[in-house]
Write a protein that binds this ligand. Structure first.
Ligand SMILES: Nc1ncnc2c1ncn2[C@@H]1O[C@H](COP(=O)(O)OP(=O)(O)OP(=O)(O)O)[C@@H](O)[C@H]1O
Ligand SMILES: [Mg+2]
Length: 223
């Protein structure tokens, strides 16, 4: 899946949070976005995932303009093709960790039940969530919730994973588990768009953009 972002701008009143951002993401690309607090990173990700409408500019998924599709089509694209990890992820309070991770499977039948259960066990194992898989979110730490949100975002094998500070609440050991998992998905040709203050995660990306005052500047292009 190809994502094309053209002159994307978001204003809140007179404040411009995102200013004329353009970039492309191809299948298998790993893009990191760094930059100071308040520079517009979360606002940008919210527009790319269809949760916030832009003031100006276009977002295209496989040449389809996000602004021209119905809410239903947007929901389908999001459920089937996009994985989302929010800066402050929330889980469903009356479901266990395992049930939360499997929740997206109810909305898209992309894989068989057996496959979903296998994928879920793999993610639980990899992120060391085994001991708490049957616990309810309110009994868990912020880091455990964040890891569960990461597992939930990957259960559908998304074409593009959007992750806003996925290691923000994690200690170095758990950040490393997340780093390994992201790299593994990327090797399997899933695209990743990552917002992070964690330079270890940003270092893995092929392209790093820095955001400052809503503007975008490419700082590294590997190859
Ligand atoms: N819903 C909103 N209404 C008004 N202003 C907003 C809204 N959301 C964000 N902003 C403003 O837009 C600017 C960018 O915010 P954003 O959350 O995108 O920053 P960020 O780069 O993600 O910061 P951080 O690293 O702290 O998460 C800030 O000045 C913020 O106050
Ligand atoms: Mg943010």
């Amino acid at each position: 899946m190809l994502l094309r972002v053209h002159n994307l701008t978001k204003r809140f009143g007179k404040e411009e949070a995102v200013s004329s951002v353009s970039f492309d993401v191809n299948q298998g690309d790993y893009v990191a976005i760094i930059g100071p607090s308040g520079s517009g990173k979360t606002t940008l990700l919210s527009m790319l995932t269809g949760m916030l409408s832009p003031s100006e500019g276009d977002i295209l998924y496989d040449q389809i303009k996000l602004s021209q599709i119905s809410k239903q089509e947007l929901a389908e694209i999001r459920a089937r093709d996009l994985g989302l990890v929010f800066q402050f992820s929330e889980l469903v309070g009356n479901l266990t960790i395992k049930e939360n991770i499997l929740l997206p499977a109810l909305f898209t039948k992309k894989f068989s039940s057996d496959d979903y259960l296998r994928k879920c066990d793999y993610l639980i194992d990899h992120l060391k969530l085994g001991d708490i898989q049957n616990s309810l979110p309110r009994t868990l730490s912020g880091g455990q919730i964040q890891k569960a949100a990461i597992a939930r975002s990957l259960i559908n094998d998304p074409a593009i994973l959007f992750a806003d500070e996925p290691s923000g609440d994690l200690d170095p050991e758990n950040s490393y588990l997340v780093q390994l998992l992201l790299n593994e998905y990327n090797k399997r040709n899933h695209s990743i768009i990552l917002v992070t203050h964690d330079m270890k995660l940003a270092f893995d990306a092929q392209t790093v953009y820095e955001m400052k005052n809503g503007r975008f500047e490419q700082v590294i292009k590997g190859e």
